[in-house]
Design a protein around this ligand. Structure first.
Ligand SMILES: [Zn+2]
Ligand SMILES: [Zn+2]
Ligand SMILES: [Zn+2]
Length: 484
């Protein structure tokens, strides 16, 4: 296995982010080495790149960002018991320690010794990432959930879930008002409608596009914050019969969004601060907070133990994180998207799903978007050079595996499998290496004339693919991967 990998790296804060060959990390003790399948590009990565994250400053440069990731286990660290090689894994952005006072109080989101991919150690803008503390923090991705969906839960949907449902305690029939409808605020709108019955969601944002998106996601009303504070507060009062919202969330972190959230909270209601404050300090009506017994509650991330709940909501179709994904890109364009946040953030997520540069498809690992697994329903063929086909067969099967005469297309449905060869019967790899009449696949490729080899390339599944060795086709499920 290669000892280096491709990764997006910056050597100075605000400096260029380039794609480099860097040493591949090891599986840490108690952790996992993951092949990254999807990694979101997030505003927090941008802040880190600008030098505004103390963890990255403390870690030192060069650094690889990326904290919204999912991947496949390629190696287990010593002592890791919950996972196996080949498992599809979702990684939360807070990896709690399990040893501190807060962890002992079951408050892992405020763990005193948090590890965070892309902040306290190199993150997911890379082919591989080493994830520590896996058993207590990582979750298996259900078969129905894609790598992109799992990564798109990212920091925003998970954070929004805790803010709205756990810290905000939004209940059936209540009204939620969300101040600031960027990625986090829109996630709050989505989560509220998915997780609580008969709730009404009010969205407030100065951007027309954000208001429109909130309405598309099911918000009851969206109010333009450009109209001013008085307008916003009057509107929220108007649609709540003068009472105010049961729960308000500041998802933006501006003085105005925070102040308006408190002003729009009803008597005895809950206001959740989840957007990280920046800029001017808010001026809060604390007499109102005291007199009306308004609770102001902080919220940070999500406990790793709650990830399976969110993943099951995605599997059930109740939560659709893919709706937040605007585009899927390669590592180069992901790095560029991060630099481009200088000019402001797009509403939708940019998701890195291609980490491999020029390689068209990897028959050893299969589809890196994870869409072939577990079914093969969308198989398509992609051009694949004969030379690399031979090299791969050689690499994968030279020593151990043998075939009786058939060479099938590479089977890509299982991450842990490589090429699969057969003569007849079900496609499998249970070949007997002690049988002298069997030969390595590499032997066939090396010794048979191409016309004859072609005859040995036989069907895969129900479809018959007769493939010319001059332009041998590797099977892949994703159109994205067909691009050179
Ligand atoms: Zn802890
Ligand atoms: Zn994030
Ligand atoms: Zn695919």
């Amino acid at each position: 296995m290669a000892t280096t990998m491709r990764a997006a790296v910056y050597g100075e804060f605000s400096g260029p982010i380039s794609i480099q060959e860097v040493p591949k990390p090891y599986a840490p003790v108690g952790g996992l080495l993951l092949r990254v399948k999807a990694c979101g590009v997030c505003r927090s990565d941008y802040h880190g790149w600008k030098g505004l994250d103390s963890d990255i400053v403390q870690h030192g440069l060069p650094f690889t960002p990326g904290h919204e990731l999912s991947g496949v286990v390629v190696k287990l660290g010593q002592g890791t018991t919950k996972f196996q090689v080949g498992d599809r894994v979702a990684v939360p952005f807070i990896l709690s320690c399990g040893n501190c006072r807060q962890c002992a109080r079951s408050r892992p989101t405020i763990c005193e010794g948090q590890a965070q991919p892309g902040f306290t150690f190199p993150g997911g803008f890379a082919e591989f990432v080493a994830i520590p503390r896996a058993d207590r923090n990582c979750s298996l991705i259900p078969p129905k959930v894609s790598f992109v969906q799992a990564a798109a839960l990212g920091c925003r949907l998970t954070t929004a879930f805790r803010a709205v449902m756990q810290q905000g305690r939004l209940k059936a029939g209540e009204t939620l008002a969300v101040f600031g409808c960027g990625g986090l605020g829109l996630s709050a709108v989505m989560v509220a409608l998915a997780a609580a019955e008969n709730v009404r969601v009010l969205a407030v944002d100065p951007s027309e596009e954000a208001c429109k998106k909130a309405l598309e996601l099911g918000a009851w009303h969206a109010f333009d914050a450009k109209e001013g504070d008085e307008y916003v507060r009057a509107k929220v009062a108007e649609v709540t019969a003068g009472f105010g919202a049961d729960v308000t969330v500041d998802a933006a972190g501006f003085a105005k969004s925070c102040e308006n959230a408190v002003w729009c909270t009803r008597r005895g209601g809950r206001m959740v601060q989840v957007g990280l404050p920046h800029g001017e300090e808010p001026r809060l009506p604390m007499a109102r907070v005291a007199g009306l017994e308004i609770e102001i509650i902080g919220s940070h991330g999500l406990a790793a133990t709650d990830m399976p709940l969110l993943l099951s909501m995605v599997a059930a179709g109740k939560l659709q994180p893919e709706k937040l994904v605007e585009r899927e890109v390669n590592l180069e364009d992901g790095a560029k998207a991060l630099e481009d946040m200088e000019k402001g953030s797009a509403l939708g997520m940019t998701m890195i799903t291609n980490f491999k540069g020029k390689v068209v498809v990897d028959p050893v690992d299969g589809c890196w978007l994870g869409r072939c697994s577990p079914g093969q329903g969308q198989l398509r063929s992609a051009p694949f050079a004969a030379e690399s086909f031979r090299a791969l067969i050689d690499k994968v099967y030279k020593s151990a595996s043998t075939v009786r005469g058939g060479v099938s297309s590479p089977q890509l449905d299982r991450a842990e499998r490589g090429f699969s060869f057969r003569s007849q019967g079900p496609l499998d790899m249970r070949m007997d290496p002690t049988d002298a009449t069997l030969r390595p696949a590499a032997w066939y490729v090396a010794n048979l004339p191409e016309e004859e080899l072609e005859k040995h390339i036989i069907e895969l599944g129900e479809e018959v693919h007769l493939l010319s060795i001059q332009g041998v086709h590797a099977m892949t499920c994703c159109e994205n991967e067909l691009k050179p």
